[in-house]
Design a protein around this ligand. Structure first.
Ligand code: NAD
Length: 398
């Protein structure tokens, strides 16, 4: 069986789906790996390293698609809508594709892949179960996001993070407020603490208070009934408007006290809740920085513009949508480990075997046999009923 790795074509994408170490792990299991020339270059993995680990370097992209049984990408068509179209005609019937596909936001790219009769596995749909943790790209990439968000904030902040007593006077520590303490938020807390910031954090799920405190941050208590905030698989549920309004009131003080606000509150498949309003930004000290990691789906801050640095009320607001691509070496290393583990999960006795009783295979398989087969996606887009379902917070249909 041949595994192929094309170069990523999404503008600014510097990651690669498999790194040389993953090639070694796959060739050890008798798989052959071919890599498009230069695929790992932007991430810091030259062709020679792939060759050393047993991969074949192929100059022609069409040849990678033409020869490989399995194509591994960071961004398949759904996550690379413009440039990805160029690959459609290269995809062969029965070919297996593995990568990010953004299947919950638009059905059309999934249909296009299904029309090519390919079997697409969308890595975002990995179930959040202990067994699948090693294959969970959302978690591995969120870790990078949380880290890079803090460094990005630090480089825009006109002050230092740490407290220092020097002969030239005392420097006070920066106050960092992290909203949403999931994977990215917890990594942001840990990184901000390492830089010496005084860190506060808030999450709608009271269960994370212990984790926040164990990282040395203070948990901002908001006396609201958030008992029902946790939905399936540890994801937060969307709360009603009244709750959000009350929450904003109570958070205003924490935001005003912060030099840096990092927001990470995303609810899969839904527009991000607005947690930091324009008035709240106006209440911050000039020079403060907001990094909004939920920018892709509208942002947690009312003033966020995706992929743009704006200044409002003297506050710098950033809404980066592809931070993992800015740490491409380790983001690729972690992504590749997830993909490698997933491939080896699917392959038994040198053959791809699709055990549809296995939760991991069943939930990640998006297209097969010319159809969009994934149950949640079919429900959300009303494929069986001709009626799109109301998408619940977990990204599943109500
Ligand atoms: P996420 O990216 O879906 O959301 C980020 C955080 O924002 C979450 O903690 C969420 O509770 C919070 N949030 C959402 N709406 C909010 C609001 N209105 N106000 C404040 N906070 C809000 O979450 P995530 O980082 O992917 O992880 C969520 C949970 O899932 C974590 O507990 C994580 O440990 C767990 N998880 C489990 C597995 C597994 O078992 N395989 C894998 C990944 C994550």
């Amino acid at each position: 069986m041949i595994v192929g790795v094309p170069r990523e074509t999404f503008p600014g994408e510097r990651r690669v789906a498999l790194v040389p170490a993953a090639v070694a792990a796959l060739t050890a299991k008798d798989l052959a790996v071919i890599v498009e020339a230069g695929a790992g270059a932007a991430a810091g993995f030259p062709d020679a390293e792939y060759r050393d680990k047993g991969a074949g370097i192929v100059p022609d992209r069409a040849e990678v698609f033409g020869k490989a049984d399995v194509i591994c990408q960071v961004r398949t068509l759904g996550a690379n809508r413009v440039e990805g179209r160029g690959d459609l005609e290269l995809i062969r019937p029965g070919q297996v594709l593995v990568g990010l596909a953004e299947p919950l936001s638009d059905l059309a790219p999934s249909r296009d892949i299904a029309d090519r009769d390919a079997i697409l596995f969308a890595m975002e749909l990995m179930p959040r179960i202990a067994r699948a943790q090693t294959m969970d790209v959302l978690s591995s990439q969120a870790t990078i996001q949380g880290y890079k968000a803090v460094l990005t904030a630090a480089s825009h902040l006109p002050r230092m993070f740490m407290m220092m007593m020097t002969a030239a006077g005392t420097i006070s520590a920066a106050h960092v407020f992290v909203i949403g303490a999931g994977v990215a938020g917890l990594q942001a807390i840990a990184t901000a603490r390492r830089l010496g910031g005084v860190v506060y954090a808030y999450d709608i799920r009271p269960a994370v208070k212990g984790e926040v405190m164990s990282l040395g941050a203070k948990f901002v208590e908001i006396e609201l009934d958030a008992a029902d905030a946790e939905g399936k698989g540890g994801y937060a549920k969307a709360m009603d408007d009244e709750f959000i309004v009350k929450q904003r009131e109570l958070m205003t003080r924490a935001v005003a006290d912060a030099d840096v606000v990092i927001t990470t509150a995303a609810v899969p498949g839904r527009k991000s809740p607005v947690l930091v309003t324009s008035e709240m930004v106006a209440g911050m000290r000039p020079g403060s920085v907001i990094v909004d990691l939920a920018a892709e789906r509208g942002g947690n801050c009312e003033l966020t513009v995706a992929d743009t640095v704006t200044t409002e009320h003297g506050v710098t607001i950033l809404g980066p949508t592809n931070l993992p691509a800015e740490v491409p070496y380790h983001a690729s290393q972690m992504y590749a480990r997830n993909v490698q583990t997933f491939l080896l999960h699917l392959i038994k006795d040198g053959e791809m075997q699709f055990d549809m009783d296995d939760e991991i295979t069943e939930q990640t398989m998006l297209t097969r046999g010319g159809e969009v087969v994934q149950r949640r996606v079919r429900e959300i887009f009303g494929i069986d009923t001709d009626e799109p379902a109301e998408v619940s917070a977990e990204g599943s249909a109500d």
